[in-house]
Ligand binder design. Structure first.
Ligand code: PEP
Ligand code: MG
Length: 805
């Protein structure tokens, strides 16, 4: 009330008796003083004249609590002024209902009359106009004194009733169940209830934002007449029915929004055509409303851009950019997994990549359900509306690829058992057959059976405005992880300043897998050369597309990091006996710790030169089209500085060979060489790496895996979920960057690398690059940029700005 008055908004005349003094209102002398004061404030006499005034007693608590005693709305109404009041509002029955309900409450809690006796009476005498005199008689008999007929006397017993009702064992129990103190105090508001003709009276609630569009539009309900409860609550009408129009409500809501910097909600009443606010509160802004409000507040001069950027939650942005399930509460949840890729999907369940491709080709939306996915499943993944895996964590193959291509995904839904032979997926006692409808929510990790409606993503115009402000505030650069021209274009459209990671092995997923397999399994140098030529040719085209999609921006191309198990053929599928034997030889007990990344390249020393030549060749091709990206060639999974120097030598030689063939000086090809920091040893030796590397990029998926010794592929469900549930961990370190361990390694690396090469560029390209809390840590650690999947770029832009303000 104080705030409403100081904002100059219309309120009812009234006074507040604070918690410390609430008891005093039960003293008739002090109640008399309150009534005097109220008459002065309202400029009217209570219960007198042609426009009589009554008193409403209302309770409030210091914290939000359910179960406050209901208002006592017509204090001061008595047989001697009844006719004058009736004449004004001309609704006998309604007024008597309200009066009777109030007498019933005061009788029980203020005067000790048995509630059951009054209930019996009200059951027997059904006409409210007859109930009131009968109740007054019963109360007088039971309380051995007539019910007071003066406003002050009534106010004192009403206050006593309200405070006593607050102290009943039932009310205390209700507070305990809300985890609130049983002795929570109560303040009382004594308000002037100005009476007026029915048509010019009413009450209601209004909020400032349209729930559908989030735009400023007062929305709410208006009830004509006087406030009353069951059995016959009034019929709600739209705000447009408010006599005199909703203009005043609109300006009150605007004032309140600017005051709260949040959507406003208010309770109001209208008496005799006069509008008064009874209460107001800020509401949590979400989704569209959050973004639109932030921009409206800046445009109105009520907030600075910085404050607007601070007030939009990254989760809201994420929600606006992706389709969402329209849940009705009646859906059947099949299982829950990890929210691995944002958005929502619904479609026919398919259990293989091939089935996904063929059903999707018939125009049927499908959801690919698998125990886990492998590089061979890419075509199915791209054809699907969504992906669900039973195994696999947030940094597993399915999760990383789905995020990269913007397909909603739930991973690690451990309760799901897939039986490809019978074409079924089972969770608990429910079994779905291929072709049954299934829906997934990539925001919560929930999977539902049956058809669920989907609402399309609707980023409003204002989102770009907020993100534009964020761009001016943030220190961290934001790039994207993109493997194809299509992904790069999406990333740039969403505001990426470049590509922070192109995983070249991702260019060989699906049907192009044999191109890598042939290199790995080559029987002799000649076969390897032919395999490499084919790989390089395919790659040159891919790189051209990638560079065109990125335009004249920096592009970090990571040379091949192909964990063996993802790229070797399944046993018995290598083709011939010799290849089978070589594949068997190459199988490893710990492929993530085996012949990966730079290690494979140093064992096949034509591999990186072939890739690098394809890249430089593609650069020359697009330069001819007027695009001049800044190339950054990155070496993966380094743990020895010597690995980096050896690989860097290969890359430099490739650049020189390409330049020589093109007849240009190699200095005309703008490229840098850098290293991923994915092993703890690389972090600790970052100073040494910086002697060769012109940039470092923290691959925090592997760095987390290797720092904790947690498998990124399947530890989530088995270990991390129980750890989080048991309070051992606050969140999965694959989702939120671990500040104490992994963060400490990064801090050491940053300091050691900069000591050797002060202008070294430092980025992060693990999945943490799209997580707001991790982005904040990256800002604190002084990195130059983060790189995340294209769909998370807007979130990262906002989070990077919020890290600074
Ligand atoms: C990483 O390890 O963080 C990384 C970006 O590389 P990948 O996920 O491809 O192993
Ligand atoms: Mg890695």
């Amino acid at each position: 009330m104080d705030e409403l008055i100081s904002l100059g908004l219309p309120t009812v005349a009234g006074l507040t008796v604070p918690v410390a003094d609430a008891e005093s209102l039960t003293d008739p002398d002090l109640a008399m003083a309150a009534v005097e004061l109220l008459q002065q404030l309202a400029g009217r006499r209570l219960a007198h004249g042609e426009r009589p005034m009554l008193v409403r007693l209302t309770a409030s608590a210091p914290v939000p609590v359910a179960g406050l005693p209901p208002d006592l709305p017509v204090v001061g109404l008595a047989p001697h002024n009844r006719d004058a009041v009736m004449k004004v509002i001309a609704r006998d029955r309604v007024l008597h209902e309200v009066w009777g309900t109030m007498l019933r409450s005061i009788g029980e809690h203020g005067l000790g009359v048995a509630g059951a006796a009054m209930d019996d009476l009200m059951f027997d005498v059904t006409d409210p106009c007859e109930q009131v005199p009968a109740l007054l008689e019963l109360i007088a008999a039971e309380a051995q004194a007539p019910f007071p007929d003066d406003p002050a006397g009534q106010l004192a017993v009403a206050a006593r009733a309200m405070l006593a009702r607050w102290q009943t064992p039932r009310a205390k129990r209700a507070r305990r169940t809300q985890k609130l103190p049983a002795d929570l105090p109560l303040a009382l508001h004594v308000q002037a209830l100005v009476l007026g003709p029915w048509d010019l009276s009413g009450f209601g609630t209004a909020t400032s934002r349209d729930p559908e569009t989030g735009a400023f539009r007062p929305t709410g309900t208006f009830y004509r007449g006087v406030r009353r409860s069951a059995p016959r609550p009034p019929r709600p009408e739209d705000l447009s029915a408010v006599p005199g129009g909703a203009g005043l409500l609109e300006s009150a809501l605007l004032t309140l929004e600017q005051h709260f910097a949040a959507p406003a909600a208010l309770d109001f009443e209208l008496r005799d055509g006069e509008l008064a606010l009874l209460s107001a509160r800020p509401e949590r802004a979400a989704g569209l409303a959050a973004v639109r409000l932030a921009v409206d507040l800046v445009n109105a001069g009520a907030r600075a851009e910085r404050a607007a950027v601070r007030q939009v939650r990254p989760a809201d942005v994420q929600e606006l950019l992706h389709p969402q399930l329209r849940l009705t509460g009646t859906e059947t949840e099949l299982v829950r997994g990890l929210p691995a890729s944002a958005g929502a999907a619904c479609g026919e369940m398919v259990l293989s990549s091939d089935a996904a491709v063929s059903r999707a080709a018939e125009g049927v939306p499908v959801v690919l359900v698998a125990t886990e996915t492998t590089p061979a499943d890419l075509p199915g993944l791209l054809a699907s509306a969504g992906v669900i895996t039973a195994a696999g964590g947030l940094a597993s193959h399915a999760a990383v690829v789905a995020r990269g291509v913007g397909v909603p995904a739930v991973c690690g839904a451990g309760g799901l058992r897939i039986d490809a032979a019978s074409g079924t997926a089972t969770a608990g006692d429910r079994t779905l057959c291929e072709g049954d409808m299934v829906a997934l929510d990539g925001r919560t990790g929930a999977v539902y059976t049956g058809q669920v409606e989907i609402s399309a993503a609707r980023p409003p115009r204002e989102l770009e405005t907020v993100l534009g402000w964020a761009d001016t505030l943030r220190k961290l650069g934001v790039r994207a992880n993109a493997d194809t021209g299509r992904d790069a274009r999406t990333a740039v459209e969403l505001g990426a300043e470049g590509i922070g990671l192109c995983r070249t092995e991702h260019q060989f997923l699906g049907e192009r897998l044999p191109l890598i397999r042939r290199v790995i399994l080559a029987a002799d140098p000649e076969a390897e050369r032919r395999a490499l030529d084919a790989l390089a040719e395919a790659q040159r085209e891919d790189f051209r597309e990638l560079l065109r999609g990125t335009g004249s921006r920096p592009v970090t191309v990571r040379l091949l990091d192909a964990p063996m198990h993802e790229f070797l053929p399944a046993p018995g599928r290598a083709g011939d006996a010799e290849a089978e034997e070589r594949a068997e030889e190459l199988r490893e007990a710990n492929p993530m710790l085996g012949v990966r990344g730079v290690r494979l390249a140093l064992l096949h020393d034509r591999l990186y030169p072939a890739q690098a030549e394809a890249l430089f060749g593609a650069w020359l091709d697009v330069r001819a089209e007027g695009v001049e990206p800044e190339l950054e060639v990155m070496i993966p999974l380094v743990s020895l500085p010597e690995e980096l120097t050896a690989a860097a030598r290969q890359v430099r030689a490739a650049a020189e060979a390409v330049a020589a063939r093109a007849g240009i000086d190699v200095s005309a090809v703008p490229y840098r060489i850098g290293s991923m920091v994915e092993t703890p040893r690389a972090a600790l030796l970052a100073g040494e790496l910086a002697r060769t590397a012109q940039f470092l990029s923290f691959g925090t998926n592997d760095l987390t895996q290797l720092t904790y010794g947690f498998s990124r592929d399947d530890v989530e469900r088995r270990v991390l979920e129980p750890y989080v549930a048991g309070g051992l961990l606050a969140a999965s370190p694959f989702e939120r960057l671990d500040a104490d361990g992994v963060g400490a390694l990064i801090e050491i690396a940053v300091q050691r690398a900069r000591a050797v090469r002060p202008d070294i560029k430092l980025g992060l390209c693990g999945e943490h690059g799209g997580d707001p809390a991790s982005i904040e840590l990256c800002d604190r650690l002084g990195l130059d940029y983060v790189s995340c999947s294209p769909g998370r770029v807007p979130v990262a832009r906002l989070a990077a700005a919020q890290a600074t303000c």
